[in-house]
Design a protein around this ligand. Sequence first.
Ligand code: GA4
Length: 335
Amino acid sequence: MVVASPNPIIATEKIIETIELPVIDLSMGERSEVSNLVVRACEKYGFFKVINHGISKEITSRMEQESMSFFAKPFPEKELAGPANPFGYGCKNIGFNGDIGDVEYLLLNTHPLSISQRSKTISDDPHRFSSAVSDYIEAVREVACELLELMAEGLGAPDPSVFSRLIRDADSDSIIRLNHYPPMPVPIIGCKDKDTSPSYNTNRVGFGEHSDPQILTLLRSNDVGGLQISLNDGVWVPVSPDPNGFCVNVGDVLQAMTNGRFVSVRHRALTNSYNSRMSIAYFAAPPLNAKITALPHMVSAVRPSLYRPFTWDDYKKAAYSQRLGDARLDLFRKQ
Ligand code: GA4
């Protein structure tokens, strides 16, 4: 039986001021310097921003335009592209176990054939939609590979393609998610000072607290904020939006492959009271049968391996059988 979600509708925890995430400028000259910066960001925050990534404005604008046109459709038309099980349009329901949020979305497999088939129920111009999405995917995949290679180099891995080859694989299980968080006015209730103080969250939760199961996530949003990351001490930190850059985060699989050296950090998205937030997330994943183990040189007598080996298929099944906020990597932790 699916039980109603205990997700908070309104986030009420204390927040700290917006932090500026480490910024990785991919046009910067010295490769070893860039790879060290990437590694440090993945160890400390599990998140960073990428600028000068080489993806043209034309590619991101076409993708954003298609996303906006879809979400602007009347609900019954959008429903024709659903349910999001496993791919398609979803509204409020997240996953299969009762999680909900103030969000509507399109979840798509990144294989070109799958996109062109899906596009028939998504767009009045399926060809235009699938070409915008495929071009976008190709471009973000390249940036993801470049970042994964910088990470491998920075970690001193003997094979710099040890991570990137998993997502370049034709059977990679990568997905793309188009999110729309409609404006959600929040009534001021309870203690006024607390509710309206800028150091408190008073917005509705669009997508609840979770970590991403895959290897790496590249997120692009419009200029409306809402993304928050959870730091070690449990404080929520808002991330400022940057439509020209990408916000990148480590997923659970990369945490396992680096034997816990990189951190897959919990994050969430709040809605804005006045403006629509639109985001597009590319989740870079391995093929289903890929065996996930820590890189040999990340394991030593002083740093024994933290996780049991698993396939991406095992991990995905575990993730989908749990609630959004569950700490699923713990299921694979050695005692
Ligand atoms: C979180 C990251 C991605 O958005 C996602 C989500 C997926 C879904 O929305 O169907 C999951 C969630 C995400 C993790 C746990 C499971 C699966 C909802 C859920 C309760 C598409 C993904 O891959 O994992």
